[in-house]
Write a protein that binds this ligand. Structure first.
Ligand code: NMX
Ligand code: MLT
Length: 456
């Protein structure tokens, strides 16, 4: 079977030719107007980024190389033991090459990553063990990733002048695969730092898939938990692994303009290596309007539950939401910069819970999450501010992890960070394949914008 690198090599010439042709023949074609609202409004609607792996439709949500979540679920192989979800490894292949991997290709990528990820560099171990246990887990992740720049092939070979521009992508791919492969150990290490004095909660295995390793190292699988803190039944452990596969399989990418992807791409355009670039992306993912919203949602659900007498009391829920809105706070897990319908990733997570009614029948938080999806859009519509009153990706995920026993709320975004590596790093490889330049948009000051209004 072809390796990922060989499969990538096969598709590169055609894409390079296509870009060359666009630049030579259509370089002056207009992509769209840029308005003052866009310049002052977070660049909304401004089509000015190149992004290959995914595209977002405001009505239908994300497509991965043209495939919807449902199509990915039907077509991407699951080469793991047990389970009904495709593996994120299969998604990585799809994003990188544009094609659905065969079972064999997906299995060999799974193995390749498991081997690449078997050990963290000793200096990264040392840095992580020196961090205070109450340091924000996303700060720990960013520090861990940035420390791995010491071993970057791209940075080393670039410094030594050993690689030419057309070859930059090869070391970028190597670093990116090593980075993605290292995430189970990094994540496990951070979780054990904050919950278990840095003592391992499980074991890494080269025989299992990326998600099973993440779950084992969080101490969430039976048999691998050296501290015996895993209280899950075998079925719950398996469900948790499948939740992890589903979650990390569909959070990989959300086209290029979201904060974590955009940041990785921008920093990478300065030829910072993948470790530095993605570490910067992680810093952006840690913001409460972006990835940290998953944690905010869990806090919000728990707090609301302790303030209402029953989930069946719709008016009490509405009053609670209005209290939040009237104090100028946002309802976490609702709204989106681009989407104008319920996020299909939210729907996929919700379906995970709906397929397991007995597991969740007594979980008031999960029940409230489902109830809110009916009530909050009505309240937000009446409020009249948010352009999208529907649940977003962060509405359901955290509370499901919480259900199975991940109680460190700040940690949820680290799991998001494991998944999100795949999309932006794929794009970074393609940025180097296509020789994209350093990004340097022109900025305007207030006087400059005012001058434009006089000219029009
Ligand atoms: N609750 C209350 N107000 C909201 C909400 C919400 N959930 N969503 C938007 N608004 C407000 C927003 O603050 C803005 O108010 P103002 O004019 O006073 O500044 C107004 O509605 C218009 O905002 P939009 O244009 O609809 O949204 P925008 O594109 O600026 O921001 C989000 C998008 C996602 C940042 C915003 O909807 C939000 O803050 N949601 C809550 C936080 C959240 O769930 N973030 C997770 C996003 C997903 N992710 O993983 O990144
Ligand atoms: C994401 O997955 O990055 C979020 O939905 C935010 C976005 O797309 O802007």
């Amino acid at each position: 079977a072809l390796t990922l690198k060989e499969a990538l090599e096969n598709v590169i010439p055609k894409k390079r030719d296509a870009v060359k042709k666009l630049k030579a023949c259509y370089g002056s074609t207009f992509v769209g107007p840029i308005t003052i609202s866009s310049v002052l409004g977070g660049m909304r609607g401004n089509q000015s980024m190149f992004w290959q792996g995914t595209s977002l439709d405001p009505e239908h949500g994300i497509k991965f190389q043209g495939l919807t979540i449902e199509e990915c679920q039907n077509r991407l192989p699951n080469t793991g033991i047990d389970g009904d979800n495709f593996l994120p490894e299969s998604m990585l292949w799809l994003l990188m090459t544009g094609g659905v991997p065969t079972f064999q290709q997906a299995a060999s990528l799974r193995k390749e990553l498991a081997i690449r990820g078997r050990k963290l560099p000793h200096y990264t171990e040392k840095v992580l063990s020196s961090l205070p246990k109450d340091m924000h887990p996303m700060t720990q992740l960013a520090i861990g990733l940035a420390s791995m720049n010491k071993g970057s092939l791209f940075a080393t070979n670039y410094q030594k002048g050993l690689i030419g521009k057309m070859e930059f992508w090869k070391d970028t791919l190597e670093d990116s695969l090593n980075l993605i492969a290292s995430l189970p150990l990094l994540t496990g290490r951070i979780y054990s730092n904050i919950t278990n004095e840095g003592h391992p909660l499980g074991q890494y295995s080269e025989e299992v898939d990326w998600c099973t390793n993440i779950c084992s190292l969080l101490g969430m699988t039976n048999g691998t938990n050296s501290s015996n803190t895993c209280n899950l039944t075998s079925q719950q452990s398996l469900d948790f692994i499948n939740l992890m596969r589903l979650y990390t399989g569909i959070h990989v990418d959300h086209e290029g303009g979201n904060v974590s992807a955009h940041t990785t791409h921008l920093v990478g355009s300065a030829l910072s290596d993948p470790y530095l670039s993605y570490s910067s992306g992680i810093m952006g993912l840690a913001g409460p309007l972006h990835g940290l919203a998953a944690q905010e949602v869990v806090r919000f659900l728990i707090e609301m539950n302790s303030n209402i007498s029953s989930i069946a009391r719709e008016q009490e829920i509405k009053d609670y939401l209005w209290k939040i809105l009237n104090s100028n706070r946002v309802i976490p897990g609702y709204g989106h910069a681009v989407l104008r319908k319920p996020d299909p990733r939210f729907t996929a997570m919700l379906e995970f819970a709906q397929k397991r009614p007995i597991e969740f029948e007594n979980d008031r938080n999960v029940l409230l999450m489902q109830k809110l999806a009916e009530i909050a859009p009505k309240v937000l519509l009446e409020h009249g501010k948010s352009k999208n009153p529907f649940p977003n990706v962060d509405s359901a995920s955290g509370i499901l992890f919480y259900h199975y026993g991940i109680r460190e709320l700040l940690f949820f975004t680290v799991i998001f960070g494991c998944s999100r590596a795949m999309g932006p790093l794929t794009q970074l490889v393609w940025d180097r394949i296509l020789g994209l330049p350093i990004e340097r948009p022109k900025s305007l000051n207030l006087e400059g914008l005012e001058a434009l209004t006089k000219a029009s």
